[in-house]
Design a binder for this molecule. Structure first.
Ligand code: SF4
Length: 312
């Protein structure tokens, strides 16, 4: 199954590349899709559950990240629709035109996605655990975004519980919300995070919980299991609770309001200290923040070279 998933993904990516060549690249395809949905070119349509959940870290960061990530979320949406259609035998030959590509997968349902999920194995644990020197390195502070991200990936591979998962997208009002939980069982969705210390864990907790609520609501699971691993102490905090659908709806609504108004309440000042967006697109005026965002393409180019600098 794994091999055929990879193969279906490869074929989907190849078909996308061919169609992109006929439509001005991925951004050209994205504009076609927005037109197909009756949305303006500047409307943010494809968003990610994890980046929406970041609202509870900083609403501005949540919006900016979703804007720069939109082409990637759209790419994931296309690859998943095409590769899952292939795996389920709903298409026999690859789409040849952008129009055909955008229509593939219109008939896929959540039951189809569940059928594919059932065939997925759990993620592989790291055999024999980590060498001691790597374990002690994980406890050292990370002074760049890249190192912090690498530590997070290692922690997830070693500490996180292992369940199968699948990426999928869901309509919400006029948007498409893309998500891939860290795990999905018959009863619960699983979200794992790693952070520097107990203080930061306190601020990551609301993000992790609402992220799991979004997964639970969209993937139709009644419970959520959330873990936050703390590098400094080596402990892992766990919450296992019912999914709060109202909390998931509320964060989507709040996100939508920020997108429409570009205004929100300032987060704790220390969050802004190392934020790359400060003074660029984000101007603090008293307790309110006003975002002045450039055209999407400029934003993406600037963002591509950024580093946040702070571990969290
Ligand atoms: S500067 Fe502060 S308010 Fe602005 S995006 Fe960064 S963390 Fe958020």
């Amino acid at each position: 199954m794994l091999e055929s998933v990879e193969k279906a993904r490869e074929e989907a990516a190849k078909a996308m590349k061919q169609c992109c060549g006929k439509s001005g690249g991925l951004l050209g395809l994205l504009l076609m899709e927005k037109r197909r949905r009756g949305a303006d070119a500047g409307k943010l349509v494809f968003i990610g559950m994890a980046d929406v959940a970041e609202y509870y870290w900083c609403a501005g960061q949540s919006l900016i990240k979703n804007m720069v990530m939109e082409p990637y979320f759209f790419g994931a949406y296309l690859v998943d629709r095409l590769s899952y259609s292939k795996l389920l035998g709903k298409v026999d030959k690859p789409p040849r035109t952008p129009d055909e590509l955008l229509k593939v997968g219109d008939d896929l349902t959540m039951d189809d996605v569940e059928r594919l999920l059932k065939k997925r194995p759990p993620k592989e644990p790291v055999a024999g655990g980590l060498p001691e020197d790597i374990e002690s390195l994980l406890k050292e502070p990370a002074d760049s975004k890249q190192l912090a991200a690498a530590k997070g990936i290692v922690a997830e591979a070693v500490v996180a519980e292992k369940y199968p998962t699948i990426r999928w997208n869901f309509p919400w009002r006029s948007r498409v919300v893309v998500g891939v939980p860290d795990g999905i069982t018959d009863r619960f969705v699983y979200e794992f995070k790693a952070t520097k210390n107990k203080f930061l864990a306190l601020f990551r907790k609301p993000v992790a919980l609402v992220q799991a609520d979004l997964y639970g609501m969209f993937f139709r699971r009644p419970e959520k299991r959330v873990q936050i691993h703390i590098f400094e102490s080596g402990e892992t905090l766990t919450w296992h609770e019912p999914v709060d659908v109202k909390a998931a709806e509320a964060v989507l609504q709040k996100f939508e309001t920020v997108d429409e108004t570009r205004m929100f309440s300032a987060p704790k000042p220390w969050k802004c200290q190392n934020c790359w967006f400060k003074g660029r697109f984000c101007n603090l005026e008293g307790g309110t923040v006003v975002l002045s965002l450039p055209e999407l393409l400029i934003l993406q180019l600037e963002y591509a070279g950024m580093t946040f600098g702070a571990e969290r």
